[in-house]
Every structure is written in structure tokens, then in C-alpha cells.
Design a protein around this ligand. Structure first.
Ligand code: GLC
Length: 711
């Protein structure tokens, strides 16, 4: 089983030694791994590493908790987890890559396995890192390197290039479960316009479908949908509909009928399509592990692309299961048997949980099978591939139908899916702690190959306050995926649903985001191309005093963020590992001052974007625009902190082609000569006319230089 996952569609990469029941390591390997003969759970394999007090563990992707994973347990088993409380050990992704950092060395490990893996990183026993792989058919790949960044880069090269969205996917997106009809969507679109808030798209939640059936649009609630989609697109705004994993069982529903006829559904032990229930009631699950099913399902996206759609979110693809026939019957029987009984506390609680426990009970995973190259595989064994392979199917289809880039995100994922789409971090809540989780989660997910990532800004569940929304925008302004999404029956969460002050602050921050797009897009494209991180923890570069700081992140090579993520705070402590320039942006203003190395308190207004620019680095800023379609780069601002000499590579392209033919690299060099600067712009963007340099030197002296290009 281990080989089909990574080998597929990656050529020219060296993989680690395939291992079956034995773990082969070179002699004298610095990481002591012992193969534990005490197999506790049937086919479980246990690995154990020693943990020294100063050891750190980074990685494992989409999980709650600190960036240094030490002291916690984690489970790699994609789960529809609707309540991200601190005690949860798994979320929607299964990302089995981590780096073990010791005093003088670091080693990366990748466990290529499609089933459950459990990590205890010094939780039960502080000095022990134990990994249980629930199976024997895996590969472990060891990735050495002289630094954390080198290991990450080697790993990223090994797993292949990440998905690249269109440039418009870097804009602001509004979403809500509960936009009930086209009129409401129109109203959202128009309100963004009248309130002068940039907008690149609106996500459509399952409300647009007919009876929760994939690849249908309710004619009653969304009449003349195609015209509407095209009209919005002409104005630079895209609609991004949801697709769920389950297919409604309903005679004459074309997807259901085709699925049955083509043998595309997962089967139960008797060989009949497995029946589970999700949004529409009873569904079958496409067996995405079959290439023919991926091909078939991918073709279905044509229904959407024919309507003008260029972006989709794949959801409920862990897969989420509300109940299955057997479990519901048992629960109903249990409840019926309680009738007239005198229930003591234990019986009452059992009864109370009977129905709640139906949701995503993992026993369902023992009841259906996949067909992998003619062999039957119990879902439990390959569970973590399900959402991943649904997204591969969608990617294949969208690519064929559109022949250009498209927006594609998925809720469930495993390593390898990063080549086909991005992810959002699922059903978080409007809690301040979830803003902090968002900050900490980004680099861990990025390390595992995913770049087009972000959380539901403002929080999905619960009630968001205006202050939380604005603070969240101030962080999400730097995440490639920027989407404000919220759950049914929660408070309205659009920036204009709060006070005027919140609206004004949000507008200013979102417009600031649009000014950052030249930098963010450039950083994204270069990071993917060069196998570098977009989000980097301080610890990946700095030890001795800075390695424990997890609420400051580098974004690309040039800037560092230190967001506010606590209530009623207008200032926070920032610890600068080097002298940097403090940048402060609104939609119209740009300030740049010097900030010394070490701890200092930073003031943080609600209407500003604040971050730090590193020494001898530069970054481009554009002008705010209604949407990405209207972003112009005839004039750029370049912010620079130059001690002696700095170079910046500005990456741009047409933002939509699959090929890199339109790729344009502009190189800007700024050198200090006494009090003056020498500026060189190599290969300027054709449309660029003026660069306004704002350059600060180590004494804090600012020079504004207007530089004419293409003259
Ligand atoms: C799931 C998704 C959420 C969506 C909801 C309804 O909970 O994670 O984003 O709004 O389903 O489709």
C-alpha cells in the first residue's frame, strides 16, 4: 500500500528504503529508533525515540497546540472535528512529517502511510517520543540536513511542487453558511461595492444546491445562475461553490445513477454500495482511490465550469458521517429499550450519548471498502487518502475543463494533496485562542507542503466580536487564503455587519492586504518554485533565546509579523532577533521607522497593518484596488531597510496560465554609497513606470526616491 501514494505522478525522486516489517537504519544513526516487538494492537508498529530535555519536534501539519510539538499527543487520522478545543488530538489533515531538533543536529522523518498514526511526544513519559503506526505496510523516510530549513526544503522537493492558484485567489473572499438565495449573494456583492471594501469572490455553501445534491443548482433559489456568475466575473468577482463527498441516494439523480452503473461507490462487506448519512440523508461515497472514479468524478465538475465557475471547495471529505444504517438502528433500539425503565445515572448518560456518539463514529470505517488496483482495502486502512484523492479528482477535472488555473481547497488532506489544492483549517470558532491557533498552525502546515492555506477568518462557530474580526483580519491579511466564513445561525460576520468603526478599520486592513498582494504573490510563487517556506517560525533561523517565540512569524524572506491575538490589547511585546524596520500601513499611508534588536512594546492600532522588514531587505507594495483584476502595477512602492546592500526579486506573471511562460522576474538592487543610494532595476515589468522607494538606513534616516522605469 505504501508505494502507490507518493510514487504516483512524481517522477525522478529518490525515495527512502521501502520497509515492510522491519525498520532499517544505518548504523550509528543519531536518532535511536527501536523496533518495538511488543505489538499491542494487532498490526501496530511502535517506534521510540529518546527525547533529551532540550530536544524539539516541529511539523505534523494541521494540529492544535504549539509549533514545537513536544509534550503533547497527536493522532494522524483525518477527522471532521467540529469543536477545536485544546484537548483534541486530531483535525482534518494527516501530515506525517516532522523534524527532530537536537543540540547539534536535526533530522526529518516522513512516515508514508495511509492509515492511523499516533504520536506521543513526551506526553506520557517526558523523555520518550513514541510513534504507533497502525499497520506494517509503510515506509519511513529519513531526511538529514545541516539546518531545519534545509531539511524542509529537501522534503518539499521530495514530495513535489505545490498547487498554484490563480492570482485572484489572493484577494478577499466573503463566505457564510446560510446565504439562502441569489438575491442574498447579490446583496453581499453590492454592499461590498457601496461600502468600498475590496472583494474577489463569494463562496457558496451548500445552500445553493438542490436538496444537498452535488452538481446541481437550485433553480428556484438561484435562477439564471450562469448569467449571474458571468456578470460578477466581468466585475472581477468569482463565485466558489462547495462540493461534498457524499452522493445522495435518489433514483433518477444522474450522479447517483452513473455512480451505480459505473461501480464508482465504496462497497460494504457484502459487496453492495455502502450507505451512510450526511447532509442529504442517505448517501454513497465515491471510491476516489479508483482511478476510473477520479476520472468520472472530475468530469462532473464540468457542470460547474460550464456555468462559469473557476473555483471549488471540497468539503466533508474525511469523510464525515452523521450515522450509518446499522448504528442508527442500534441507537433507536437502545432508546426504545429504555422506555418505561428507571434509568440510573449511568444508564441515563449512556442514553444521552447514544445519538450524539453516532456522529463520525470510527466504527463506520470498518464497514466499507475501497478497490485499489483490484485489491480490496478496508477504509480504516487507507482512511487518510480519502479527501486527498477527492481533491486529485477535482483537480484533474478542473484542469481539463478550464485549461487554466483555478481555486481549489479541501477540508481533509494528507501529504501529497498539496500538489492538487490548498486547505482551510475547518470549523474553528470565534475565539481569541483560535486566532492564536491560526498563527501557530500556518508554518506547521506549510512545512508539510501546503501553501494555499488559511483559516475561517473571524471564526466559523460562535459569535464574533468586531474587535476579534479586525484583529483576525490583521493576521489573515498575510495568509494566502483570506476568507471570512461563518456557520449557520451565528451572528452576521461581514465587515459591515458591525459598527462603523469596525467597518472602517476592516476596510483599511483589507485594502492594506491588497497593497500587499505584489509581495504576497511574489513570495508565494518564489517559495513554491524554490521549495522554501512561506511561513517560517523564528526557531528555524534563530536559537538561543528566540526559539521559544511562537507568536511571531517570518513571511517569506523579507518580513516578520507579530500580530495581536488577545482581547482588549492595543500593544504587545515583540522580541526582535535582529534590528529591523517597523512598517505601518493603512490603505493610504506608509510609515517606516527603525526598531532595535531585542524586546520592545509595539503599539497596534485597529486600522493598521504592522510588521517588520529585515535588514538589507526590500518589499514591494501596490495600490489598493477593488479586486485583483483591477490591481495595477504601473506604480510600485518599494520599502527598504538598507545597511549596505539589498537585492529583491519581484516575481510576476499573468496570474492565470498553467504554464510559466508569462513569468517575469524583476531584480531590484539598492546599495548604500555614503549618504546616497545607488539603485538598479533589472528587467523591469513592462507596465511599470514609477517606483517610489522609501529607504531607511541603520541610523533611521529615511529617504524618499522617485525612480522612473522603462524610460
Ligand atoms: C462543514 C464545513 C463548513 C461548512 C458547513 C456546511 O462544517 O467545514 O465550512 O460551512 O460544513 O456546508
Amino acid at each position: 500500500m505504501q508505494s502507490f501514494k507518493l510514487k504516483e505522478e512524481i517522477e525522478g525522486f529518490e525515495f527512502g528504503t521501502p520497509m515492510d516489517t522491519e525498520i532499517i537504519l544505518e548504523k550509528g544513526s543519531p536518532a535511536k529508533i527501536s523496533f518495538n516487538e511488543k505489538i499491542t494492537l494487532g498490526k501496530t508498529t511502535t517506534l521510540a525515540f529518546d527525547l533529551k530535555p532540550s530536544d524539539r519536534i516541529y511539523g505534523l501539519g494541521e494540529h492544535l497546540g504549539s509549533i514545537n510539538r513536544r509534550g503533547r499527543r497527536f493522532r494522524s487520522y483525518c477527522r471532521d472535528e467540529a469543536n477545536h478545543t485544546e484537548d483534541k488530538f486530531e483535525l482534518y489533515g494527516a501530515h506525517n512529517f516532522f523534524i527532530h531538533v537536537k543540540d547539534h543536529e536535526q533530522i526529518g522523518w516522513f512516515i508514508d502511510f495511509p492509515g492511523e498514526v499516533v504520536y506521543d511526544i513526551g506526553f506520557e513519559k517526558e523523555e520518550l517520543f513514541e510513534i504507533k503506526i497502525l499497520g506494517r505496510d509503510f515506509r519511513i523516510i529519513k531526511i538529514p540536513g545541516s539546518s531545519i530549513e534545509e531539511i524542509v526544503s529537501r522534503f518539499l522537493q521530495m514530495i513535489g511542487k505545490a498547487y498554484i492558484p490563480p492570482k485572484w485567489a489572493f484577494g478577499y473572499f466573503q463566505s457564510r453558511w446560510g446565504y439562502k438565495d441569489l438575491e442574498e449573494i447579490k446583496e453581499v456583492y453590492e454592499t461590498f461595492k457601496t461600502e468600498d471594501i475590496p472583494l474577489d469572490g463569494i463562496y457558496l455553501d451548500l445552500d445553493y444546491m438542490e436538496d444537498f445534491k452535488n452538481f446541481t443548482v437550485s433553480e428556484k433559489r438561484f435562477p439564471e445562475f450562469k448569467e449571474f456568475v458571468e456578470n460578477l466575473k466581468n466585475n472581477g468577482v468569482y463565485l466558489v461553490p462547495i462540493i461534498d463527498a457524499g452522493i445522495k441516494i435518489e433514483a433518477d439523480y444522474n450522479i447517483y445513477e452513473e455512480g451505480i452503473a459505473g461501480k464508482h461507490f465504496c462497497l460494504n462487506a457484502q459487496g453492495d454500495p455502502y450507505v451512510a448519512a450526511v447532509w442529504p440523508g442517505k448517501v454513497h461515497f465515491p471510491d476516489f482511490l479508483q482511478p476510473k472514479t477520479r476520472q468520472w468524478f472530475g468530469e462532473k465538475y464540468k457542470y460547474l465550469t460550464d456555468l462559469g465557475i473557476e473555483g471549488v471547495w471540497n468539503d466533508m471529505n474525511e469523510p464525515a458521517i452523521f450515522y450509518d444504517e446499522k448504528s442508527l438502528e442500534e441507537a433507536v433500539d437502545l432508546a426504545a429499550a429504555s422506555r418505561g425503565k428507571n434509568l440510573n445515572v449511568h444508564k441515563f448518560f449512556e442514553l444521552k450519548d447514544t445519538f450524539a456518539d453516532l456522529l463520525n463514529d470510527e466504527s463506520y470505517h470498518q464497514r466499507f471498502y475501497h478497490n485499489v488496483e483490484g485489491k480490496r482495502h478496508l477504509h480504516r486502512e487507507v482512511h487518510n487518502l480519502y479527501g486527498d484523492y477527492m481533491t486529485r479528482a477535482a483537480n484533474g477535472g478542473l484542469r481539463r475543463h478550464l485549461n487554466k488555473r483555478f481555486l481549489l481547497i479541501s477540508r481533509a488532506s494528507s501529504i501529497g494533496m498539496h500538489r492538487y489544492g490548498g486547505i482551510w483549517t475547518g470549523d474553528n470558532a470565534s475565539w481569541w485562542t483560535h486566532l492564536e491557533e491560526n498563527i501557530r498552525m500556518m508554518p506547521s502546515i506549510n512545512m508539510c507542503g501546503f501553501y494555499y492555506i488559511g483559516a475561517d477568518t473571524g471564526g466559523f462557530g460562535g459569535q464574533c466580536s468586531g474587535e476579534l474580526l479586525t484583529r483576525w483580519f490583521q493576521f489573515s491579511a498575510f495568509t494566502p487564503l483570506l476568507r471570512n466564513h461563518s456557520a449557520l445561525d451565528t451572528r452576521d460576520q461581514e465587515p459591515y455587519a458591525f459598527s462603523n468603526e469596525v467597518l472602517n478599520n476592516s476596510r483599511s486592513v483589507i485594502k492594506g492586504r491588497y497593497r500587499l498582494i505584489p509581495y504576497l504573490y511574489s513570495t508565494y510563487m518564489k517559495a513554491v518554485e524554490d521549495y522554501k517556506l512561506f511561513f517560517k517560525p523564528l526557531a528555524f533561523e534563530y536559537m538561543e533565546g528566540y526559539e521559544e517565540i511562537e507568536d511571531q512569524l517570518f513571511i517569506g524572506e523579507e518580513i516578520m509579523l507579530a500580530p495581536i491575538y488577545k482581547k482588549n490589547q492595543s500593544r504587545r511585546l515583540v522580541n526582535l532577533p535582529e534590528e529591523m524596520a517597523l512598517i505601518s500601513l493603512t490603505e493610504k499611508t506608509t510609515d517606516i521607522t527603525l526598531a532595535p534588536k531585542g524586546p520592545q512594546v509595539m503599539e497596534y492600532d485597529l486600522n493598521h497593518l504592522r510588521f517588520f522588514l529585515r535588514p538589507n531587505k526590500m518589499m514591494p507594495l501596490g495600490k489598493p484596488a477593488e479586486n485583483v483584476k483591477n490591481l495595477s502595477v504601473d506604480e510600485l512602492e518599494i520599502l527598504a531597510f538598507i545597511k549596505d546592500r539589498g537585492e529583491y526579486l519581484y516575481y510576476d506573471d499573468d496570474g492565470i496560465s498553467l504554464s510559466s511562460e508569462s513569468k517575469h522576474l524583476m531584480k531590484i538592487t539598492v546599495s548604500r554609497c555614503g549618504e546616497n543610494y545607488e539603485i538598479d532595476v533589472e528587467n523591469p515589468l513592462p507596465q511599470l513606470q514609477i517606483i517610489k522607494f522609501k529607504i531607511v538606513d541603520p541610523k533611521g534616516c529615511l529617504q524618499n526616491i522617485r525612480y522612473r522605469v522603462n524610460v
